[in-house]
Design a protein around this ligand. Structure first.
Ligand SMILES: Nc1ncnc2c1ncn2[C@@H]1O[C@H](COP(=O)(O)OP(=O)(O)OP(=O)(O)O)[C@@H](O)[C@H]1O
Length: 614
């Protein structure tokens, strides 16, 4: 006899089992818990199921309603700002947040050694060289050394929403992932900050943003901010990225003819004067000014540009046209995103694609403004996608080019530049930099050794007796001693300058020698003769190497040219043969080439009809 123990459908036992099955789905292990409670405590959890379900339902409803209510409040009664990692304001806000109490006291936080967004900091290739205000060179050096071992830790709130107070009013700081940003980026690059305040006016948030910006700017007050154009190496858009904040270089430290320097400063000052903009506008002249600095490497072109930017408290945007990323599209994009008032430094404008005159060399008129072939071995050989001269001219004159900017172009080879590039309107003033003459050499010497207040006076009496060294030490603290030392440095500077041949070495080279003996001018003077000999030797060797490389490149280019000509002739011969008899062959063109390009048909053997290679 078959006994069916299974509870029939609809029986109380089967209903409770069904309930357990449903509950197990939501609360895994509920049936087990229930039977344990029943067995040991004698409580039937079945009786509480409706109440439990009610509680779950109420909690779900509350979640839904509160989210809806918060959404409504957020969209109708709150104001908020979204800040993404790819804008500099992200770094400003993060730096500000790190100084706030709510961030310092937060229990959930992220520890950073660099507060800049990852996307941004990857660009700050000189990040470690960012100088702290008020530090002299020595302190700065020591700090950098210390930083290398021990980077300062800063704390910012972690992902989620954090309440904080600003101007005694509550605000919400939310740090979250921005899913709209590119999928390939890392989490820290996809971040987003949302700052919200209660009320329909966003003024409080704007005040906060301004305060963060002011705090950031105050740090850079006596600095020249340097931006460089480029991408993040991951194929992203090309943008200007801040790479360094340098202590402003005093104009006096750039050694150049004083009259020329003054003319340049006056010209820029006049251009930047508020009334000048109106003057230009009234006459319909584009409000732009361009300067060309030319001369051999290491003669002060970049130094002058930086000093100029610092003097007029402008940011400087540097773009090297010899960089592989300097394509027409990229450069145009960068010019379009320049701010209104800034210095743009275009380095190496004699680089690839830009050295061919529009008049054309060798009658190559048509190609002259585009990516044309250049002399073999010429470093200016244009590459595919490189910026062309006409492209650059369009960018400089185009609508994308901001008005109010000071454009400085530098080159080591003015003779290679197209007249169109340096015509008035594009270049309004040209400044020539040369190798050091005795006056410049003496100035460089004085710039290196003249003691500043609070500095150790360089020894100008040689490593003599300990008595004099002691006397020097005492004199260090004495102003009079410093004046005497300064006078002595002036005398020594003439002695030094007399030993350096005029017009042979660049200021950078001379500075290099002096920096090797920066605490001892006498040793520097003693080292001059040996230095001249070794530098000349080095230069000669370098020149020989360059000439050799050039020759190699020339030969390679010639070979390539011949190969191409050969191929062309081969194709041509093939075509002719096909059209006449259809019996063209490779050996025919070989013969053509070996016979120096003469008509090979004369040499074709009667039996084969092929060209010979005698
Ligand atoms: N005329 C100068 N006055 C003061 N310092 C100079 C001068 N020329 C060169 N120097 C020093 O030499 C170094 C290189 O100078 P800088 O980079 O300005 O030269 P450059 O002409 O721009 O060179 P390049 O053409 O290679 O870019 C700097 O440290 C700078 O201080």
């Amino acid at each position: 006899m078959e006994v069916n123990d299974a509870p029939s459908l609809g029986s109380p036992n089967s209903t409770s089992q069904q309930q357990f099955a449903v509950l197990d789905m939501f609360i895994p292990g509920f049936s087990l818990l229930s039977s344990l409670v029943q067995a040991y405590l004698g409580i039937d959890l079945n009786l509480y199921i409706p109440m439990l379900m009610l509680l779950v339902g109420a909690s779900l409803a509350w979640n839904y309603l509160s989210a809806m209510l918060y959404g409504l409040i957020e969209s109708h009664l709150m104001s908020s700002v979204r800040i993404r990692t790819d804008d500099e304001i992200f770094n400003m806000i993060m730096a500000w947040v790190a100084t706030q109490n709510f961030s310092r006291k937060s229990r959930r936080f992220i520890a950073n050694t660099n507060l800049n967004s990852r996307a941004w900091s990857m660009w700050r290739f000189f990040d470690d060289e960012e100088e702290e205000e008020g530090e002299d060179e020595e302190q700065d050096w020591q700090r950098k050394q210390a930083n290398k071992q021990k980077k300062q830790l800063r704390y910012t709130p972690s992902y989620g929403t954090h309440l904080f107070f600003f101007r005694r009013r509550p605000l919400l700081f939310e740090r979250c992932e921005n899913r709209e940003q590119m999928g390939s980026l890392m989490i820290s690059e996809k971040e987003e900050i949302i700052i919200s305040c209660f009320g329909r006016s966003a003024d409080l948030i704007k005040e906060l943003l301004h305060e963060a910006r002011e705090q950031h700017m105050a740090k850079d007050e006596h600095k020249t901010l340097i931006y460089r154009g480029g991408n993040d190496g991951q194929g992203g858009d090309l943008t200007w990225k801040r790479c360094m904040a340098r202590s402003t270089r005093p104009f006096s430290t750039v050694i150049l003819n004083e009259k020329v320097k003054q003319e340049l400063v006056d010209d820029v000052a006049d251009y930047l004067a508020p009334k000048t903009r109106k003057w230009y506008a009234n006459r319909g002249i584009p409000y732009r000014r361009g300067y060309l600095l030319h001369g051999p490497p290491g003669t002060g072109k970049s130094s002058l540009s930086l000093a100029l930017a610092g003097y007029f408290r402008m940011k400087i945007y540097i773009l090297s046209l010899s960089s592989p990323t300097a394509t027409e599209e990229n450069v145009s994009q960068l010019f379009a995103s320049l701010p209104m008032r800034c210095v743009v430094l275009l380095e190496d404008i004699d680089s690839a694609g830009l050295t061919h005159t529009r008049e054309g060399d060798g009658g190559n008129k048509d190609n002259s403004t585009s990516r044309t072939a250049s002399a073999p071995g010429d470093k200016a050989a244009p590459q595919a996608g490189k910026l062309s001269l006409s492209g650059l001219l369009n960018i400089l004159d185009g609508v994308a080019s901001q008005e109010g900017r000071v454009l400085i172009m530098t080159t080591n080879h003015i003779e290679k530049l197209d007249k169109a590039l340096i015509r008035p309107g594009r270049v309004d003033m040209t400044v020539e930099f040369g190798r050091a003459d005795p006056g410049m050499t003496a100035s460089i010497f004085r710039a290196i050794y003249t003691p500043f207040e609070g500095e150790e006076t360089p020894s100008t009496s040689g490593p003599n007796s300990p008595d004099t060294a002691l006397a020097e030490k005492q004199k260090l603290r004495d102003d009079e001693a410093r004046n005497r030392a300064t006078e002595r440095i002036v005398d020594l500077s003439h002695e030094f300058a007399a030993k350096i041949p005029s017009g042979e070495f660049s200021p950078a080279e001379i500075q290099g020698l002096l920096l090797r003996h920066k605490r001892s001018p006498l040793t520097a003077i003693d080292a001059v003769d040996a230095w001249i000999t070794s530098t000349r030797k080095e230069k000669m060797e370098r020149e020989a190497r360059d000439a050799e490389e050039k020759e190699k490149a020339r030969k390679k280019a010639e070979k390539e040219k011949r190969r191409k000509a050969k191929e062309k002739a081969k194709k041509k011969a093939k075509g002719e043969n096909v059209s006449s008899s259809g019996s063209g062959s490779d050996s025919e063109t070989e013969a053509q080439e070996k016979s120096g390009g003469k008509d090979t048909k004369d040499k074709a053997t009667p039996d084969s009809g092929y060209g010979t290679s005698s």
